[in-house]
Design a protein around this ligand. Structure first.
Ligand code: PEP
Ligand code: MG
Length: 577
């Protein structure tokens, strides 16, 4: 029987394929005493040899589908599986303690992990702790007769179903086979959803119970346009969704015609539509969708994709690649925004009660000046290759901004003194994503070259509603007059002081929000590359004269988010035939 679950539409498109359940099995076990040691050792050896064949198989598939680099981790796993010091120690434990293989594996693995993790001066050995953990999990699964999910081994078309997907899980998905994904939790601005949009994968998040409702391999539909997941669709539903997918592709082909067109309104007012990126690998999408600038390069992914802190030279190369790739068009690169829901395996930061309100983004950078200075030097060196804007995330006070700028200027002076070239038209900007900064926008505007409004966070902090928590997603209201007033105040504060202001939060690519922003006079709209042509098409149909009253009405007359949504939709119905 077919069943539909509603969720949040996180990335456009429709996928029809069997489900691939990416859920960790329960690997708990009880410790017991063993009488027949020989057969227990044999059972353990079989689990090791089954694990070895499995990892070899995954490595081969990963090599073909994802590349040598992604397959490396499995080589490391094979080395551990073949290492007599590790596997032999477990065997000894079974023999000497007369315990079951599960207990011997767990105890021995813990010992190895503790030793590796304590090698603080040797990051290479520290990383081995994660490998030991992974390998032990696999042997344990074989001992318990359970199956681990292996996204890297996917070799047929699937829709990935998971409780949640971390940015690193998402990065491992092979686009040739993964046609979409559906999760239990998350919101439209969760980082997994942002990654799905940059991979152009249809995604539905926040369905609450998809992992419980579906079994591995069952046929399903992910409707990323309207936010629905259909389990075991009927033939009629499959036909209906195939038609819907086709209509969407036709629409996309229509928008594609605007790829090289300027971003202008019907009355000839020109604006900038820019792309948000997470890595230099996103550049093809930027060009295919006709972005006029990069409005946000989220550099934290560079740190997250690495197993140690990326060196100054590695960072320089990545930034330079993006800057050169834009051929003189503006590129805004944001300093790292680690913390909140973004962590580094190799940076052991204290647990926090409220990570989104804790040591995140520029706060973390200012508390770890050497790491911050390394990034700033890489950025300053890269600035010589084009038109760069360096942007600080999560600035809340003028004190933070001044401190970050002082460090930047200090590094700049040192580079120039040592004869290294820094770009002449380097700009320095800040994100407006903390309400305190939006309220004081006119004062901040005197000390930066530009603002970029981060609505993903500005909304969560204004409404006190976690952006990734579907239980409070009803409070995540981009059109709430309170949020709109903060945005208007920011734009007015910027323009009064003669600086430009953009928006790089997801709201910039939202079809209801866009006319309001246009009415407020926002200068630059930066969004997932896949939203650009839809917004350029919408812009070309709008006349700014018709929108003159919209901003004031949305901020000061409307009382609710729903009222504003209706206000814009009714106006659009009237203006766009
Ligand atoms: C934002 O907060 O709107 C933003 C663009 O930054 P991020 O989504 O990376 O927090
Ligand atoms: Mg943010």
């Amino acid at each position: 029987m077919s069943k539909t679950l509603n969720g949040i539409a996180a990335s456009d498109g429709i996928a029809i394929a069997p489900a691939y359940l990416l859920v960790e099995p329960d690997l708990s076990f009880s410790k017991s005493t063993i009488e027949d040691i020989d057969s227990e050792v044999a059972r353990y050896k079989k689990a090791v040899s089954d694990s070895t064949s499995e990892v070899e198989h995954i490595r081969d598939i990963a090599k073909t589908n994802l590349g040598e680099e992604e397959a490396q981790v499995f080589e490391a796993h094979l080395m551990i599986l073949n290492d007599p010091e590790f596997t032999g120690a477990i065997e000894e434990e079974i023999k000497n303690q007369s315990v079951n293989a599960e207990a011997a594996l767990d105890e021995t693995a813990q010992k190895f992990i503790t030793i590796f993790e304590s090698m603080v001066d040797n990051p290479y050995m520290q990383e081995r702790a994660a490998d030991v953990r992974d390998v032990s999990k696999r042997i344990m699964a074989h001992l318990l007769g359970k199956k681990l999910p292996d996204p890297a081994s996917i070799d047929h078309e699937v829709i990935v179903v998971a409780h949640d997907l971390t940015p690193s899980d998402t990065a491992q998905l092979n686009k040739n086979y993964v046609k979409g994904f559906v999760t239990d939790i998350g919101g439209r601005t969760a980082h997994s959803a942002i990654m799905a949009r940059s991979l152009e994968l249809p995604a539905v998040v926040g369905t609450d119970s998809i992992t419980k409702e579906i079994t591995d391999g069952q046929m399903m539909i992910a409707d990323g346009l309207d936010g629905a997941a259909i389990i075991l669709p009927t033939d009629d539903q499959v036909t209906e969704y195939k038609e819907k997918a086709e209509a969407f592709l036709k629409q996309k082909a229509e928008w594609q015609k605007l790829k090289d067109a300027p971003s202008v309104t019907a009355d000839g007012k020109q604006f900038i539509i820019a792309a948000n990126i997470g890595t230099p690998n996103d550049m093809p999408g930027v060009h295919e969708n006709g972005a006029e600038a990069i409005g946000l390069y989220r550099t934290e992914f560079l740190y997250m994709d690495s197993s140690t802190f990326p060196s100054e030279d590695d960072q320089f190369e990545a930034y330079k690649k993006v800057i050169e790739g834009m051929n003189g068009k503006q590129v805004v690169i944001r300093t790292m925004d680690i913390g909140g829901d973004k962590h580094l395996d190799y940076w052991d930061l204290p647990e926090e009660m409220n990570p989104f309100l804790g040591v995140r983004a520029v706060r973390l950078s200012l508390m770890n000046e050497e790491i911050f200075r390394t990034q700033l030097r890489a950025l300053l060196r890269a600035s010589a290759y084009g038109k760069l804007g360096i942007m600080f995330p999560m600035i809340g006070t003028l004190g933070e901004l001044r401190k970050a700028k002082a460090i930047l200027n200090d590094e700049k002076d040192k580079l120039i003194a040592s004869g290294i070239k820094v770009g002449d038209d380097l700009q320095v900007g800040m994100m407006i994503e903390v309400p305190a900064a939006a309220v004081l926008a006119d004062q901040f505007a005197k000390e930066v070259d530009f603002f970029s409004i981060g609505t993903n966070d500005l909304i969560q902090y204004t409404m006190a509603a976690d952006r990734g928590n579907e239980n409070v997603s009803y409070l995540y209201q981009p059109y709430n007059p309170s949020v709109l007033r903060l945005i208007k105040q920011t734009i007015d504060g910027a323009h009064k002081n003669g600086i430009w202001v953009g928006m790089c939060g997801e709201a910039a690519g939202d079809s209801v929000m866009f006319p309001i922003l246009l009415s407020m006079g926002l200068d630059e709209y930066s969004m997932s590359a896949t939203s650009i042509l839809r917004i350029r098409s919408l812009m070309s149909k709008l006349n700014t004269e018709d929108l003159k009253e919209l901003a004031n009405q949305a901020c000061f007359v409307s009382e609710t988010s729903e009222e504003n949504e209706k206000l814009v939709k009714d106006l659009m119905d009237k203006l766009i035939k």
